[in-house]
Design a protein around this ligand. Structure first.
Ligand SMILES: NC(=O)c1ccc[n+]([C@@H]2O[C@H](COP(=O)([O-])OP(=O)(O)OC[C@H]3O[C@@H](n4cnc5c(N)ncnc54)[C@H](OP(=O)(O)O)[C@@H]3O)[C@@H](O)[C@H]2O)c1
Length: 233
């Protein structure tokens, strides 16, 4: 009898993740599901999302789409809320680098595609999710970077992450007005498909996923505003 009552009271929360098909996003999806969350997995690679859903089970749904499209993110969030009843947190994590480093030698067309994803994509997640997060007094988590905290010669990628850090602080203040929370996770080098070569001695995707889960599972009166993690050495 008591167990039944408890089951009714403890309702699983739901997390929307962009860039969920690999690296930090996929690791966070697995960590969140293991902690009892439902997860909506958003990225362009439908095959990878389906494989992840098969691994995680009924707590996960694949939401294929391009994060540079506001409509695609909004439709995915609507689908996720319809499936699980609410959206309690979002993780705006989809991001990419540039093929050519530096400003003078950079490729403006490639910058535009990167800004569309790293900057506009994260803003779209926030705007499309906010009505849902207000209902659940929820959380917005975004992937910044060590490259958004210190200057790197000529880096346009780093500049997109400076934007993310600035935006996350501003959004944290806006969401705090109704009890919502916003956190930026800023890792140094992580061993993911972001790099062509493996980085086994750097941070692992699970390390970043643990940091995200720390913020998501923090007591309601604790706003974790930033977690900055670096590999040792
Ligand atoms: N690795 C690092 O050292 C490091 C350090 C600091 C911050 N970060 C940041 O961490 C985040 C995740 O990167 P990662 O390291 O985990 O690399 P990753 O394994 O390459 O993951 C990138 C994710 O973004 C998705 N994505 C790319 N373009 C997209 C688009 N247009 N629409 C939707 N999804 C898109 C990819 O999926 P699809 O290709 O299937 O769409 C993939 O799921 C990025 O914001 C990155 O800037 C990485």
């Amino acid at each position: 009898m008591i167990e039944t009552d408890l089951q009714e009271i403890i309702v699983a929360k739901t997390l929307f993740i962009t860039g969920a098909s690999s690296g930090i996003g996929a690791a966070t999806a697995k960590a969140a599901a293991a902690a009892g969350w439902n997860v909506g997995l958003f990225a362009r690679s439908e095959d990878k999302l389906n494989a992840l859903v098969a691994e995680i089970g009924a707590q996960a749904i694949a939401l294929p789409g391009d994060a540079t499209s506001y409509e695609a993110q909004k439709n995915a969030l609507d689908k996720l809320a319809a499936k699980f009843g609410s959206v309690d947190a979002v993780f705006a994590n989809a991001g990419r680098g540039t093929s050519q480093g530096g400003t003078e030698k950079g490729d403006p067309e490639d910058w535009k595609a990167m800004v569309d994803l790293n900057v506009m994509g994260a803003l779209y997640t926030a705007h499309a999710a906010m009505p849902y997060l207000r209902k659940t007094t929820g959380q917005y988590v975004v992937t910044g970077s060590a490259a958004g905290r210190r200057h790197i010669k000529g880096s346009i990628y780093g500049a997109t992450k400076f934007f993310i850090h600035g935006f996350a602080g501003n959004l944290a203040d806006e969401m705090a007005e109704w009890g919502g929370r916003c956190m930026v996770v800023s890792p140094g080098m992580v061993n993911t498909a972001f790099f062509d070569e493996a980085k086994p001695d750097k941070l692992q995707p699970d390390d970043v996923a643990s940091a995200v889960m720390h913020a998501l599972e923090a007591p309601a009166h604790v706003a974790v505003r930033e977690i900055h993690l670096m590999p040792v050495g």
